[in-house]
Design a binder for this molecule. Structure first.
Ligand code: THU
Length: 140
């Protein structure tokens, strides 16, 4: 069992932020997470000429989650180009809720908080009658 330390996530996020494609906003973002089964995933933002179609770093991260076998997120953080911890945007809080739920721990500028504190009364899979496995890898 891994310790799921925050330093590992900060190193991963500060590494992948350098690979951001953000020629429009000039605001690179790097995100990283521990899965409940001890994997470290990361992602960066990828923009395009149609601004509204930008892929946030969290989109890349949850794609990496699915591509690496699925499962659940346990801990998350994201950083800007300077390596400073930032908070996930509103849309991405919803993305994180889908794959981490209310208990997902987030290293924020104010310290470690639960996703429930950043997205109170979240609408999610349960409201759609969808059961999400809490631990095991989930396919399809
Ligand atoms: N961005 C993210 O990648 N994640 C967030 O949670 C905040 C915003 C990106 C989107 C866009 O490429 C740039 O930061 C400026 O908004």
């Amino acid at each position: 069992m891994t310790s799921m330390d925050w330093d590992t996530l900060l190193v991963a996020a500060r590494d992948i932020v350098t690979r951001s494609y953000s020629p429009y906003s000039h605001y690179p973002v790097g995100a990283a997470a521990w899965t409940t089964d001890g994997r470290v995933l990361s992602g960066c933002n990828v923009e395009n000429a149609s601004f509204g179609l930008t892929l946030c770093a969290e989109c890349s991260l949850v794609s990496a989650l699915a591509a690496s076998g699925g499962g659940r997120l346990a801990r998350f953080t994201c950083v800007n180009a300077a390596g400073d911890i930032i908070t996930p945007c509103g849309r991405c809080r919803q993305l994180l809720y889908e794959f981490g739920g209310s208990e997902l721990e987030i290293l924020s500028p104010l310290g470690v908080v639960a996703l429930a504190d950043m997205l109170p009364q979240a609408f999610g899979p349960a409201d759609m009658g969808i059961a999400v496995a809490s631990e095991e890898v989930s396919h399809g």
